[in-house]
Write a protein that binds this ligand. Structure first.
Ligand code: ZN
Length: 209
């Protein structure tokens, strides 16, 4: 599978799993100084390999592709520019995570699955979608985390490959749902730093063998 096919595959998975609705959200993979990114305003079920855009990360210009690149292209470019180890980004408006983003409330670590994303999922300040300002806020608030909420907007998950970024987008939505439930039950019990460190150690062992 080439990188454009991979972008299409995960974009469709976002749609089929309900993480994105309609044409919201976008997916990209970095390749050297380039990125492959989903087009703007094209329903995922119609998306084909040739619709994926190749964008130069330094200039922001489309190098290959006949469609308009995702409106969040500046945000993807800024995140890649800041962190060389980030190789893939998934952006969604998934319901429960976006609920926290609308409430300007970080998602607390109520489930251990959050451990390899961050100590909580923080909220970047609001800025208009597609703007440089939003891109800057997203980068600043993401920091060393692997996921961030965008106030009154949605979710960004990152990784060293698209599989990890996608999985994190799913986990963020799942933990948001569990946190929402915990608030509803009036008993929110965040894990401690130590709990999360221990979980992370476990993940490493799991991954390596
Ligand atoms: Zn969006």
């Amino acid at each position: 599978m080439n990188m454009k096919q991979e972008v299409v595959k995960y974009a469709k998975m976002c749609s089929n799993s309900g993480l994105t609705v309609g044409t919201s959200g976008n997916v990209s993979i970095r390749h050297g100084d380039m990125m492959y990114i989903t087009p703007s305003a094209l329903p995922y079920d119609e998306m084909k390999e040739e619709d994926v855009l190749e964008v130069d990360l330094r200039s922001g210009e489309v190098v290959h592709g006949h469609r308009k690149p995702s409106s969040e292209t500046p945000m993807h470019s800024h995140i890649y520019a800041k962190s060389p180890e980030i190789k893939a980004i998934v952006h969604t408006h998934s319901t429960y995570a976006t609920m926290f983003a609308c409430a300007h409330k970080p998602i607390p670590p109520v489930h251990y699955m959050i451990a390899d994303i961050g100590r909580e999922i923080p909220v970047a300040p609001y800025a208009t979608y597609g703007s440089e300002q939003l891109a800057n806020y997203a980068v600043e608030t993401l920091g060393d985390n692997q996921g961030v909420l965008l106030a009154n907007h949605g979710v960004v998950a990152v990784g060293s490959n698209l599989k990890d970024a996608y999985r994190r987008a799913e986990v963020i939505e799942e933990v948001a749902l569990l946190a929402y439930g915990s608030y509803t039950l009036n008993s929110v019990n965040p894990l401690t730093e130590q709990d999360l460190d221990n979980t992370l150690e476990g993940f490493k062992t799991y991954v390596s063998g």
